[in-house]
Design a binder for this molecule. Structure first.
Ligand SMILES: *Cc1c(COP(=O)(O)O)cnc(C)c1O
Length: 389
């Protein structure tokens, strides 16, 4: 059997990821392969690292993408920084926080799991108290909880962690490239992200950064990291050290990330964050005008991930399917506790733009009307227009 020629439909990817890659990124990926030890490729790696440090707001030497998706970045943080017998506090307020707990437990460390109601952010004072009492080796927390659309403040967490000798591990998968994030200012010791959300690239890489404190913890390990592939010390010998072979770098993905980072820095971080905020406010005005209400409270909403309640009496799957087949727009359903109860609309990276806002609102108006909801034609896009001013 020979499958037919590949002709995927053009979609507008407005779910929780992947979001559309920037056309310049896709072009970069079609340029010729270099060997992973070619001097020209080594220079491309250097440039990628320099730009990644800038985008992450860090001077950390150990800053590079690992060859896998965001989940591998999460796993890498925990397996490298924890050994059996260590203790770790993990803060979960949604699906990805729960995954952090699962991964932390597999390291053999003692896990103190804090749960917050889905849709809410943690009050930092609660975390501060537990940290002071437990003095754990590490603390894990998600900055942008994609399952609920909740943004978590990290203000003061880095300072307290430093005081107590605790390593601060932060999931930056949905924040990097979308919302304000500066690792060094926040005192973050281990960060991981992905290529396919705020950075406008395809999925496949997890940009990582470890502080000097995290590197010291790596060096002080008594046992080998149980994952050979994710052993940061070994990967670092390719990215930062003597350039010795560890695994074959995914050359085209590094090209993609290099181009994605160039685009982020050309726009400027502050301008990019402001763009995400502006498009979110227009989308929010439109969603509320057509009766779709946010799960997260106003003070902790993510601009890049708009999670709303599905109105009573409206089915989840058939209507999301209609968004896809009739309008070519992908939006996300709910995860875990929110399965069948939430829609998640991402405006991430390249896709955070007025045309995405207007397309998704117009389609939702029609889909909701088709589902029997009373929606005035044009009310959503009208509200968004007014919000843009
Ligand atoms: C998407 C996501 C991940 C997982 O990333 P993958 O690239 O899908 O492996 C982890 N954490 C959060 C908060 C995410 O949104």
């Amino acid at each position: 059997m020979i499958a037919s020629q590949l002709t995927p439909n053009v979609r507008l990817l407005l779910g929780p990821g992947p979001s559309d890659a920037h056309p310049r990124v896709l072009t970069a990926m079609t340029t010729p392969l270099l060997g992973h030890l070619d001097p020209q490729f080594l220079e491309i790696m250097n440039e990628t690292q320099v730009m990644l440090r800038e985008v992450y707001g860090t001077a950390n030497r150990l800053t590079f993408p690992i060859s896998a998706t965001g989940m591998a970045g999460m796993e890498a943080c925990f397996v490298n920084l924890l050994e059996p017998g260590d203790s770790v506090v993990v803060c979960a307020k949604g699906f990805f926080g729960n995954r952090m707990i699962d991964i932390a437990e597999r390291t053999g460390a003692r896990v103190i799991a804090l749960q917050q109601k889905w849709g809410e952010a943690f009050d930092l004072n609660r975390i501060f108290e537990v940290l002071k009492r437990e003095r754990p080796k590490a603390l894990g927390i998600v900055s942008a909880e994609t399952s609920t659309g909740v943004s978590q403040s990290l203000e003061g967490l880095g300072d307290l962690c430093r005081e107590l000798g605790t390593l601060l591990i932060v999931d930056c998968v949905t924040s990097l490239g979308c919302t304000p994030l500066k690792l060094d200012e926040l005192g973050i010791d281990a960060a991981f992200s992905c290529s396919q959300k705020g950075l406008g690239c395809p999925p496949g890489l997890s940009p990582m950064s470890f502080s000097d404190r995290a590197v010291a913890a790596l060096k002080a390990r008594k046992t080998k990291v149980q994952s050979w592939y994710l052993d940061m010390t070994a990967i670092e010998s390719y990215w930062g050290g003597d350039r010795s072979y560890h695994h074959t770098a995914p050359i085209s993905m590094i090209y993609a990330l290099r181009e994605g980072l160039r685009i982020v820095l050309e726009e400027g971080l502050a301008a990019r964050w402001e763009r995400h905020r502006r498009n979110h406010l227009a989308l929010k005005a439109g969603l509320e005008a057509i009766g779709l209400n946010y799960i997260a409270a106003p003070e902790c909403r993510l601009p890049q991930l708009n999670a709303v309640h599905i109105p009573a009496g409206v089915e989840d799957i058939p209507n999301r399917k209609r968004m896809l087949t009739d309008f070519g727009i992908e939006i996300g359903g709910g995860l875990g506790d929110f399965k069948g109860k939430a829609w998640r609309i991402g405006l991430m990276g390249y896709n955070s733009k007025p045309s995405s806002v207007f397309q998704v609102l117009a389609a939702l108006e029609m889909v909701l009307r088709g589902a029997g909801v009373k929606v005035e034609p044009g009310s959503g896009i009208g509200a968004a227009e007014l919000a843009y001013g």
